[in-house]
Design a protein around this ligand. Structure first.
Ligand SMILES: [Zn+2]
Length: 247
């Protein structure tokens, strides 16, 4: 780290849990962020400000006026622009040292697999089951930890799926792809603005802890937030031996 970096990251370096060694791990890490919307916004903000070495921001959509109530990476002037590009522009102002790769595409198949293989950590900030399952499959295949978040109406959830640990479940252990879940999309449902901030910020925290190797992650636990009453529930979740993805 040069003098400027020592200053920029000094409040991390002062932490016993991070220090110079931990900050160097963060600077050398590479995060894949799927979705530059409500969850992806706070995720990208904190990963960039904290010095994540490279952030690959994937989003197929463009900024819409209805996004601005909660998708804080984007601005009124950027309505109509690709979200990935808009996000890259915002992050460059916060921390120009971070390499941001903006991909305006819906990544799937081999392409997704290759991006996951190169990542130190993957953050699922998408809003649909098809993407969540595809990202989970690639993370299981390459044994890359997955920080998964979701938020709808006044309810949020977050967990870490890290199949490097033998006991740790994958996303499909909890939500089997064979099972039909009612798809509730933010694009048509309401969502409380700060809810995505709370969940996304926690996703960023878990990702930074994973790459800097700090404490215990949320692997094996699912946190549910009822924001009406601001109540958290923590549920222990185990690997499913019959899981069609990791079993
Ligand atoms: Zn599984």
């Amino acid at each position: 780290m040069n003098d400027n970096q020592l200053l920029r990251y000094s409040r991390h370096i002062l932490l016993d849990e991070i220090g110079i060694e931990g900050q160097e791990k963060i600077l050398a890490a590479n995060a894949l962020v799927i979705g530059a919307g409500g969850l992806g916004s706070p995720v990208a903000f904190y990963l960039a400000s904290a010095g994540m070495g490279r952030i690959t921001l994937v989003d197929n959509d463009s900024v819409d006026l209805t996004n601005l109530q909660r998708q804080i990476l984007h601005t009124t002037e950027r309505v109509g622009q690709p979200k990935a590009e808009s996000g890259k522009e915002t992050l460059a102002r916060i921390n120009p040292e971070v390499e941001v790769v903006a991909l305006k595409e819906r990544v799937e198949g081999e392409r997704l697999s290759e991006l996951v293989r190169q990542a130190s950590v993957v953050l699922d900030c998408s809003d649909n089951f098809a993407t969540r399952h595809a990202v989970n499959r690639a993370c299981v295949q390459h044994k890359v930890p997955l920080v998964s978040g979701a938020a709808i109406r006044m309810d949020g959830q977050i967990s870490v799926f890290d199949t490097r640990g033998a006991e740790s479940p994958c996303y499909a252990c909890l939500f089997p792809p064979e099972q039909q879940f009612e798809e509730v999309l933010c694009s048509t449902m309401g969502v409380f603005a700060p809810l995505v901030g709370i969940i996304g910020t926690m996703q960023a925290a878990e990702a930074l802890k994973l790459v800097a190797d700090i404490g215990e992650s949320l692997a094996g636990r699912l946190l549910l937030l009822d924001a009406r009453n601001m109540e958290w529930t923590s549920i222990r979740v185990a690997r499913n031996a019959a899981c069609s993805v990791c079993g």
